[in-house]
Design a protein around this ligand. Structure first.
Ligand code: NI
Length: 207
């Protein structure tokens, strides 16, 4: 095989690599995840994400590091402010045990519409480990965003996906699920049991 042919194969392979959504990383937990996930009380969690104007390799590398850190913590969603990065990017994977299911990378999301029907559902957060409490949110949403290749997307979501997207978009606005918990006495108790302080919760909730 001639050199130029080998080179064009290499170019083709590279092109194919760039074309496919090459965001997948191993879902195995790492002993040393690349990013530290901040917890309630850290001011980073109250920062808002800035709009991402160019979705490039740096953003994809960030998404991969966010995924590696999320998988290592056994979470199903992670937003950039949780790792101290003020950008509008979040990652979601509702099937972390299944390596063939690709994760979702959501950049610059906007909720276009929300259902009138509301639902109470127990939420948790990698930034508030051990705390699981009911939050009331719209049961389904329509969201627009850019994917990891910068392509514009629209998606209808309900169930756990709708729940997760709303929770993560809150993070991009510096809002945590505990801000939205209505039973404040129970909240205070559960936070304390897990080593957190209610003074770090925003009240009344931001909308
Ligand atoms: Ni969270």
């Amino acid at each position: 095989m001639g050199f130029s042919l080998a080179r064009s194969f290499a170019q083709l392979a590279r092109k194919a690599e760039n074309n496919k959504a090459s965001i997948a990383v191993s879902k195995e937990p790492l002993a040393e995840p690349p990013l530290e996930i901040h917890t309630l009380g850290n001011p980073a969690l109250r920062q808002t994400g800035r709009h991402i104007s160019k979705v490039n390799g740096n953003i994809r590398d960030l998404a991969k590091d966010m995924l590696r850190s999320m998988y290592s913590a056994k979470g199903i969603g992670l937003a950039a402010p949780q790792v101290g990065i003020e950008k509008q990017i979040l990652v979601i994977d509702l099937d972390i045990e299944n390596s063939s299911n690709p994760p979702l990378v959501i950049i610059n999301p906007e909720i276009i519409s929300s259902s009138a029907s509301l639902e109470a559902y127990e939420e948790g957060c990698l930034s508030i480990p051990g705390v699981y409490l009911d939050v009331i949110r719209p049961s389904s949403i329509k969201v627009s965003f850019r994917d990891e290749m910068g392509r514009p997307k629209k998606m209808n979501a309900d169930g756990l996906m709708a729940r997760c997207i709303q929770h993560e978009i809150d993070h991009l606005n510096g809002v945590l699920f505990v801000d939205r918990v209505s039973d404040k006495e129970n909240l205070k108790r559960v936070l304390k049991e897990n080593g957190f302080n209610k003074k770090d919760v925003y009240s009344p909730p931001i909308d």
